[in-house]
Write a protein that binds this ligand. Structure first.
Ligand SMILES: O=c1ccn([C@@H]2O[C@H](COP(=O)(O)OP(=O)(O)O[C@H]3O[C@H](CO)[C@@H](O)[C@H](O)[C@H]3O)[C@@H](O)[C@H]2O)c(=O)[nH]1
Length: 472
């Protein structure tokens, strides 16, 4: 029977791409395997996946996608969209069970690799005697804090929101409780319970694959590998196989080059700062105007992706957004006054191609981990402006531990002033501090290449990973 690897991503586009890249990577080293990817329905619009799935299917015959049925979610009191994701994936367990059973009639299933949001599926893998691994799509430092959550939970009765303390997590700089992901702040919330379950399941898995590389986060990797984050039992083997980022899209001859790339062609080398905030990040109109004022005053060249403000309280693009009307959103005359040195793109830009353009010299990012890795691989230093999920703790690591970003500092209510935008952008592009961050980021780019190259740490980790399930 042919050997099958089953991958179970979270259906959000950012998570799915990362997991598919893992599948492709396994196939490049072990072309005899087949990769089967489970596609759960999305609980909210987290980026259209259908065109992406179609293009991957067309160009990779060894990768097959399998849709799981739609599920109606019961109402939840939790205000966090993460709860919906956990719940939807939990309710799919019987479908996953069914799917694995039927696949096992035709294939020898070697492994089930789950995104951490799919943590409930570990019990299905255990039931069917299939090794269950996790794929962690964020930093090793974040993984350290997720694994250690169980221990923090045991050691206090208070919610993070009531603690106002610095957390001492192995392998990380001190992290303020307020920098923990929002869904973790209230221990009575369903989302907290889901993450805690996930922390417990991960500690019991056959292994954890993380999209990072050792020299980017040596302390966090060592703390996990040394067992410090799971002090009350064995730590599953850790495989740092990153950085895994989607390959830059190849353009066919007849395809139009996006305007922002032709505009970048006309700009001096490393002169432009790029501002883009992931697949879900949105700002209020007031905040957009403030960013515009800051950019204008900074005098720097910029390329800025602007979306409509949120219509719901989450501040996330949870439903498909129409393109913004820039004239009504941005300060009067802004576009005209900055047209010689700035370009505003509506809704979405080809980020990877932009970051790899020679004219781009800095990146203001929401600190989503894929964006961080893309920036590192392009050697572009960052200004860290976290918005949601684990991005606040990513900022702490990027600034204090990896030293490849400057922090954007917000006011207590989360608002960032024009002066802060102006200063931070200027600091990154034009100061001694910015220069040292640029050099360090460039060094990390070369470290990333070395990790993925022959004999590199990530290449070796991937070989060990595949070997681990061959033995089962
Ligand atoms: O205009 C845009 C906006 C985004 N992207 C791409 O979209 C992806 C965004 O991924 P990421 O930076 O990881 O952000 P999110 O989509 O917000 O990712 C979620 O998943 C990540 C990995 O787990 C977490 O680190 C984040 O906090 C979480 O929000 C990247 O590949 C970008 O290149 C574009 O190409 N153009």
């Amino acid at each position: 029977m042919a050997e099958a690897i089953v991958l179970y991503p979270t259906p959000a586009i950012g998570h799915m791409i990362s997991m598919v890249e893992l599948g492709k990577l396994i196939l490049t080293r072990h072309p005899s395997h087949t990769v089967h990817i489970l596609v759960a329905p999305q609980p909210y619009n987290a980026g259209a996946t259908a065109p992406y799935i179609a293009s991957v299917s067309a160009s990779n015959p060894s990768i097959t996608f399998h849709n799981l049925p739609n599920i109606t979610l019961p109402p939840t009191a939790s205000p966090h969209h993460e709860t919906l994701t956990f719940e939807l994936l939990r309710l799919n367990n019987s479908n996953v069970h069914q799917f694995l059973l039927s696949l096992s009639e035709r294939y020898n299933i070697k492994v089930l690799i789950m995104d951490f949001f799919c943590s409930h599926a570990l019990s299905v893998a255990v039931d069917l005697n299939i090794p269950g691994y996790y794929y962690f799509t964020s930093a090793a430092g974040s993984l350290a804090s997720f694994l250690y959550l169980r221990i923090i939970h045991k050691n206090t009765t208070k919610s993070f929101k009531d603690l106002n303390a610095l957390l001492d997590i192995p392998g990380l700089p001190p992290i303020s409780t307020s920098d923990m992901p929002k869904p973790l702040l209230d221990r009575c919330d369903k989302a907290y319970e889901c993450f805690l379950d996930c922390s417990n399941s991960m500690a019991k898995s056959a292994g954890i694959v993380v999209n990072s590389f050792e020299s980017l986060e040596p302390r966090a990797v060592k703390a996990i590998s040394d067992g410090l984050c799971v002090p009350d039992g064995p730590t599953p083997p850790l495989y740092c196989i990153g950085p895994l980022i989607a390959a830059t899209e190849k353009r066919s001859g007849g395809e139009a080059v996006p305007e922002c790339l032709t505009w970048l062609d006309t700009q001096p080398s490393q002169s432009v700062i790029f501002l883009c905030f992931g697949s879900l990040g949105l700002f209020s109109m007031e905040q957009l105007k403030e960013i515009a004022t800051g950019l204008e005053k900074s005098g720097q060249r910029f390329l800025w992706v602007v979306r409509n403000p949120p219509t719901q309280s989450h501040g996330l693009a949870v439903s498909a957004q129409p393109d913004p009307d820039l004239d009504s959103l941005l300060p009067e005359g802004f576009l005209d006054r900055t047209k010689e040195r700035g370009l505003v793109v509506k809704s979405w830009a080809p980020q990877l191609a932009v970051l790899n353009h020679k004219s781009v010299g800095g990146f203001v990012t929401h600190c989503g981990w894929n964006s961080v890795l893309e920036s590192v691989c392009a050697g572009v230093p960052m200004v860290a402006w976290p918005l949601y999920a684990e991005q606040r703790s990513n900022r702490v690591m990027l600034v204090q531990e990896m030293r490849i970003a400057l922090p954007m500092k917000e006011l207590e209510d989360g608002f960032v002033s024009a002066v802060e935008v102006e200063n931070r952008v200027r600091d990154l592009m034009d100061s001694e501090e910015g220069k040292s961050i640029r050099q360090r980021t460039l060094a990390m780019k070369f470290e990333a290449e070395a990790a993925l190259g022959e004999g590199g740490s990530s290449r070796v980790a991937l070989a060990k990973l595949v070997e681990s399930w061959q033995k089962c």
